[in-house]
Design a protein around this ligand. Structure first.
Ligand code: PLP
Length: 415
């Protein structure tokens, strides 16, 4: 055993002996981030129940959302309020519903997807595990396509979508993508809007979850996919989703769905069977609290002040331990909630195992791939938002040392 390996092993064992318990599995806001919007709860009574137009928000109705909440949504998404639906507290729920509606009833005049021999979705990888869980639960075959720094590999996407009518949808997280932080380039967005599709009811599931979640001074703009699709002659192609989960309260925010007028009509038809109206009291509170785009941007700056040091602590520790290690790299996201760490092929699972033994729980290796299968076993998703900067430093050390140990085991196996 070399001196370096011996030191590394000692440090891993020393960290393990500390019995750490750090959860890096999910991109949850930390309590001090939630505190930023405590006023939503504290001032709930003061917000009253009457909307600007005298709507009694305590009552049923307004299935597409309170008019002023739709206006706020329109302002935040850069769309006409008539194209924006405000409903529920979770955008993931709306994505699930959109696919379930398409399965059961079809989209617009298309036949229900359940009647097709097969329904498939393109899944850029690494991607968001919960998108893949929806596909798996609803019986949709997932086709992995590589994700680059500027968005999905468009040559692959175009070829697949043009040739296969079973491909009805594609997952897209266009800004600060989960988990790599990729930012779709204008060219990728244009190609997604323009590409010919074999399925006439092909849809982009445009999950703009990190639209406001910048980690640097530079506020990257989300692409206007709906406008791009209109210009490309596919006005109904994009179904857009967003929420204030990581703006206000992750368990009690507002979720948004936005699309073409025709798709909004379709949504209304489907959703009116499911509910007599959303929680307009929460919508009213949010409108009064968030007010406009500038107020929201100010709030996001305060989130950034909490989050940025955590990402910096992670980066510094990974650099110190892994900066010189061949075939190891990680992303330096400009926004969003995640860092992707790439190990040499075949080491992700073992690294997660060793980190867990030392008290740091990571998302299972492979989770960012359809069916939980990372064919190269090399990707780890790290979510640094919830632990404190000091815990992140410890966790990064555990992750780094676990990977070094896994690599050392590999060297010894081969020797
Ligand atoms: N979409 C992406 C890409 C996410 O990373 C997350 C949460 O981590 C969500 C959606 C969940 O959003 P919501 O809280 O609005 O359901």
């Amino acid at each position: 055993m070399s001196d370096k390996t011996r030191t590394m092993t000692t440090t891993y064992e020393a960290l393990k002996a500390r019995r750490l318990a750090i959860d890096m599995t999910r991109g949850k806001p930390a309590a001090d981030q939630l505190d930023l919007s405590q006023a939503l709860i504290d001032d709930a009574a003061a917000a009253g129940y009457l909307s600007r137009d005298g709507i009694d928000c305590r009552n049923y109705g307004h299935g597409l959302g309170l008019p002023e909440a739709r206006e706020l949504g329109g302002q935040l998404l850069g769309l006409d309020p008539s194209q924006v639906v405000v409903a529920g507290n979770s955008s993931l729920e709306l994505m699930h519903d959109a696919i379930a509606f398409a399965m059961l009833r079809g989209i617009n005049s298309g036949e229900p997807w359940r009647l097709a021999d097969e329904v498939a979705f393109l899944c850029p990888v690494p991607g968001y595990d919960r998108h893949f869980a929806i596909c798996e639960a609803l019986g949709i075959r997932m086709i992995a396509v590589p994700m680059n720094d500027d968005g999905p590999d468009m040559a692959r996407v175009e070829a697949l979508v043009a040739a296969d009518p079973a491909i009805k949808g594609m997952w897209c997280v266009p800004l600060y993508s989960n988990p790599t932080g990729a930012i779709y380039s204008p060219e990728v967005v244009r190609r997604l809007a323009r590409m010919p599709a074999a399925a006439s009811d092909f849809r982009l599931f445009w999950d703009d979850a990190y639209r406001f979640h910048h980690l640097t001074e530079e506020r990257y703009a989300s692409p206007d996919i709906i406008g791009e699709c209109v210009r490309a002659g596919h006005p109904d192609r994009a179904l857009m989703f967003a929420s204030t989960s990581k703006v206000t309260l992750a368990g009690a925010g507002l979720a948004l769905f936005a699309s073409s007028p025709r798709n909004v009509d379709w949504w209304q038809r489907c959703v009116s069977v499911r509910t007599i109206g959303p929680d307009k009291m929460n919508q009213l509170r949010h409108v009064r609290y968030l007010r406009d785009r500038a107020t929201l941007a100010g709030l996001m700056d305060r989130h950034r002040a909490i989050l940025q040091p955590k990402f910096a602590a992670l980066e510094a520790s990974l650099q110190a331990l892994l900066g010189e290690v061949a075939d190891v790299s990680w992303t330096k996201p400009k926004g969003g909630y995640f860092v992707s760490l790439f190990t040499p092929d075949g080491y992700a699972k073992r690294t997660v195992e060793l980190a867990a033994q030392a008290g740091v729980v990571l998302t299972p290796a492979g989770a960012a791939f359809p069916y939980g299968d990372d064919p190269r076993d090399r990707h780890l998703r790290i979510a640094p938002s919830c632990p404190s900067p000091a815990q992140i430093e410890q966790a990064a050390q555990v992750i780094g040392l676990s990977l070094l140990r896994a690599l050392d085991e590999g060297v010894r196996r081969r020797a």
